[in-house]
Design a protein around this ligand. Structure first.
Ligand code: MN
Length: 134
């Protein structure tokens, strides 16, 4: 077995996120394992761009309150202790609410050559606001 010491925390890239988001890697794949896990901290108003994961994604909320939403208009309000599964290929975004932080552990299974995430356009302010009205 192996201790993996705590990794540095990085500001998430503006090309893929809106607002202030901080990423701390937990695990990168070591074949035959394909597990990718990271701790993601969203400040109020911050969220991912629209994106999808080739092998799906499991989100486990460790602190705060936030949202996951998909193209079909489904919005899940999630809070500490909750887990949300997004299936392979489903376009979605996740983030905090406009007034609360949200921290989650994101877990996914990589493909042969990448983490399997396809990044798309930013979530507009209108789309983000709509999630709060459901
Ligand atoms: Mn995702």
């Amino acid at each position: 077995m192996e201790l993996i010491p705590v990794k540095d925390t990085a500001k998430a890239p503006a090309a893929r996120f809106t607002g202030d988001v901080y990423l701390t890697m937990i695990k990168t794949p070591e074949p035959p394992s394909r597990l990718v896990a990271s701790l993601v901290r969203f400040t109020p108003g911050a969220r991912t761009n629209w994106h999808s994961h080739a092998n799906g994604q499991t989100l486990h909320v460790t602190e705060g309150v936030g949202y996951v939403a998909n193209r079909e208009g489904q919005v899940i309000r999630m809070r500490a202790g909750d887990t949300v599964w997004t299936p392979p290929g489903e376009e979605h975004w996740h983030g905090g609410t406009d007034s609360t932080v949200m921290c989650h552990i994101a877990m996914l299974e990589a493909t042969e050559d990448s983490d399997g995430t396809t990044w798309l356009e930013p979530v507009t302010d209108e789309q983000y606001a709509t999630a709060h009205t459901g």
